[in-house]
Design a protein around this ligand. Structure first.
Ligand SMILES: [Zn+2]
Length: 239
């Protein structure tokens, strides 16, 4: 499917499927192919092929480039690292795996998976390598400002969501925290989905530098609005 088409595409929304689903569905197909007698060599390549798929999605901005890179997997597994229209991008290999014989049943099954038309149709939606985790992070961030356990009136909810967005946008690209020695600080986080630990860079503390500006704007607004500053009445307490 073309991610830039359709109702939302016309409005500039790029349809993206979660990369995890793409990688998972590929791994599933490879695993199934590797279960068949005479095709078990596929299994030892499974991990490499899936991570190569991630790499191709990251590298390629369009389908042509993706296919150029992706097809390379069918050469690489046979031990060929250069071919008519391209070559492998990896460094010289030292952990040599057993190559898959070209035209062997395993190879033919691999071709079936790698060039599977139905699966390839979804690939354009992966090419900007988005995962829903960014969106989930943002939603969790909103929950810090507007927790689900509290009831807010619509204007208060809106204000809290805006505050959450300000905080998020202001701090999203802040630099990493450095240790005393000047190295980046890392944190280990367990991911239940992949059952693995991942290392994350710890970001520097938030500055909230936009808050004084916000306070000034609020005071100004309050002073400008007729009468309210004189009487100093608060409507409804803290939002
Ligand atoms: Zn290669």
């Amino acid at each position: 499917m073309d991610p830039k088409r359709g109702k939302y595409g016309d409005r500039g929304v790029i349809h993206t499927l979660d990369m995890w689903h793409g990688a998972k569905s590929l791994a599933k197909k490879l695993h199934a192919a590797g279960q068949v007698k005479g095709q078990t060599e596929i299994l030892q390549w499974l991990k490499d092929i899936v991570s190569y798929f991630w790499f191709c999605c990251k590298e390629a901005q369009n389908m042509e480039r993706f296919m150029g890179l992706w097809r390379g997997v069918l050469y690489h597994v046979t031990g060929r690292h250069e071919w008519t229209f391209g070559k492998c991008l990896h460094e010289p290999l030292n952990d040599e795996k057993e190559w898959i014989q070209k035209d062997s049943p395993a190879y033919m099954a691999l071709v079936g998976v790698v060039l599977n038309k139905k699966w390839l149709k979804d690939v354009p939606t992966f090419l900007n390598l988005r995962t829903t985790s960014d969106l989930e992070t943002f939603h969790n961030h909103i929950l810090m400002y507007a927790g689900k356990r509290f009831a807010f009136s619509p204007p208060v909810f809106e204000a809290r969501t805006l505050l959450a967005a300000l905080d998020y946008n202001h701090h999203n690209s802040r630099p990493p925290m450095l240790t005393k020695e000047g190295n980046r600080a890392y944190q280990k986080i367990y991911n239940k989905k992949s059952r693995r630990y991942s290392l994350y860079t710890v970001k520097s503390h938030k500055s909230y530098r936009y808050i004084p500006d916000l306070q000034r704007a609020i005071t100004r607004r309050r002073l400008m609005s007729e009468g309210s500053a004189k009487t100093g009445d608060h409507q409804g307490g803290r939002p």
